[in-house]
Design a protein around this ligand. Structure first.
Ligand SMILES: [Mg+2]
Length: 267
């Protein structure tokens, strides 16, 4: 199924929920997360889609809601699901936080303070406080410093109570230790927006292995799942090894094209 037929399938459904991971999916990666800025045209397209009858649009990201609100301020109709969906802001402005995650906030704030020295010039890590999680990127850490850097991270991870350390290809994440993933986040969004047994077409788009549980949910709902992948030279760690998605796109550019095509189909 090509891009035009996916757009057509979405357009022909009476009720639809379009959900996107942010970084690497609709916004290209940057060396520093602060520099990964959403394109204004894409933003306008997402807002127009979210305002269309029968259509809900959500961003489901590892970033915190505070971060996501830099893209969509209060009053804009896009649903924001931060920290893999542990916190959510609905189009009417109402917000909620998963209760178990809320109780981890103090411990995560302490972890953030303990990790701060790793982002200075000595190590050049990039530390992000997402409120309900703490992310530490190490792609800029010099190879000769990496072992020491990782040892510091693991020492902070000793004696945690409600929080666990997760390891990703170029980052660490301190996250509430109960079982949670983007599949549960997507299910939560779905339950918020779909009333009763009204059929609703779900489309989910993501670019990393942490998006796979949401691909699984979209597939179980007989929806559309799209994995965005990269060709050689754009970070070997981001190349797709395996995916549950039923479609693959090359880059965020194609996702943007799909959104434009859903909004204003080519004749
Ligand atoms: Mg991503």
């Amino acid at each position: 199924m090509n891009l035009d037929s996916i757009a057509q399938k979405v357009r022909s459904a009476a009720r639809k929920l379009l959900v996107f991971d942010r970084d690497g999916t609709i916004v290209p990666y940057a060396d520093h997360p602060d520099d990964a800025v959403m394109d204004e045209k894409l933003k306008a397209t997402l807002i127009s889609l979210a305002s269309s009858p029968g259509m809900d649009v959500a961003i489901l990201s590892a970033r915190g809601i505070n971060d996501l609100e830099r893209d969509f301020s209060k009053g804009q109709p896009v649903i924001l699901a931060g920290n893999y969906g542990l916190e959510m802001r609905m189009p009417d402005g109402s917000e909620f936080v998963e209760a178990r995650a809320r109780s981890c906030k103090n411990e995560l704030a302490e972890i953030y303070e303990k990790l701060k020295f790793l982002e200075g010039a000595l190590f050049d890590g990039i530390l992000e406080n997402h409120g309900l999680s703490v992310c530490l990127h190490w792609h800029r850490v010099k190879p000769e410093k990496l072992e020491e850097f990782k040892a510091h991270v693991h020492s902070v991870a000793e004696n945690l109570s409600g929080v666990a350390l997760k390891s990703f290809p170029t980052s660490f994440e301190f996250f509430p230790e109960f079982s949670w993933d983007k599949g549960k986040g997507l299910e939560l969004i779905y339950k918020e927006v779909v009333q009763g047994d009204q059929p609703c077409l779900v489309l989910f788009c993501g670019d990393t292995d942490s998006d796979e549980p949401a691909m699984d949910f979209a597939n179980r709902m007989e929806g559309i799942s799209i994995r965005v992948g990269y060709s050689d030279g754009d970070g070997a760690d981001r190349k797709i090894k395996s995916t549950l998605a039923n479609h693959r796109f090359e880059s965020p550019v194609q996702v943007g094209e799909l959104l434009s095509q859903i909004l204003n189909p080519r004749l």
